[in-house]
Design a protein around this ligand. Structure first.
Ligand SMILES: CC(C)(COP(=O)(O)OP(=O)(O)OC[C@H]1O[C@@H](n2cnc3c(N)ncnc32)[C@H](O)[C@@H]1OP(=O)(O)O)[C@@H](O)C(=O)NCCC(=O)NCCS
Length: 188
């Protein structure tokens, strides 16, 4: 088995300047559309305010609302993944949240200097493990843009599959990973 190069952990207040810097990189944000009102504080550049809002949302939405930070083993931050609970009536064009499923939606972003080295794949696999291991979600959803093949590939390699809906939200395609499929692939 390949040696682990990164760790996944929950956001700490000291990570906020890193996130603000990452979200201001045009190449990182090229295909990123903030899902309607999902995170709720990413437009802020006031760390104290963002930290407070994150805490408030987490208190009301639970651990499924989670900002994760990807760090190199030596400690440096290399990216982030954010996931949030999908409300019952949530739709993205033809995609509709499956009734009764506890569902989280989100994505992953890395600093460009780390792209193309398998870090996205390793990171996303770790994020999936973290989410199924630390929340009660039954379904993870990601909406990579159709023009962003690296993201689609990373999600495929982490176990996500395309849904049947042909149309998608603002050029984004909806991919799903069910807990059953994740556990079956791990041989549980
Ligand atoms: C998407 C992202 C996380 C990928 O990270 P990464 O570390 O470069 O990914 P990896 O190196 O693990 O793998 C990339 C895969 O995409 C493939 N890929 C890259 N560019 C590609 C292209 N233009 N066409 C087809 N496949 C491509 C690579 O070949 C590799 O697949 P392989 O292992 O089967 O060869 C990174 O590019 C990123 O942070 N982008 C900006 C933010 C973003 O768009 N996030 C997704 C939002 S939904």
């Amino acid at each position: 088995m390949a040696e682990r190069r990164l760790t996944i952990s929950e956001l700490e207040e000291r990570d906020l300047p890193f996130l603000f810097e990452l979200w201001h990189m045009p190449e990182v944000m090229k295909y990123a559309d903030e899902l309607p009102s999902l995170r709720g504080w990413s437009k802020s550049s006031d760390a104290e305010k963002a930290w407070r809002k994150y805490g408030q949302r987490r208190t009301s939405l639970g651990r499924g609302y989670t900002q994760l930070i990807l760090r190199l083993m030596k400690g440096e931050n290399l990216g982030e993944a954010f996931f949030a609970p999908v409300p019952d009536d949530f739709t993205l064009d033809e995609w509709r949240k499956p009734e009764g499923a506890v569902c989280l939606i989100g994505d992953i972003k890395l600093k460009p200097e780390y792209w193309g080295q398998g870090m996205g794949t390793e990171g996303m696999r770790g994020v999936v493990e973290w989410l199924f291991g630390n929340t009660d979600c039954g379904l993870l959803v990601v909406p990579p843009h159709g023009m962003n093949p690296a993201a689609v590939r990373v999600y495929e390699k982490a176990g996500f599959v395309h849904t049947e809906e042909t149309r998608s939200w603002r050029g984004h395609r909806i991919m799903e990973l069910w807990r059953d499929a994740f556990e079956a692939a791990r041989g549980q």
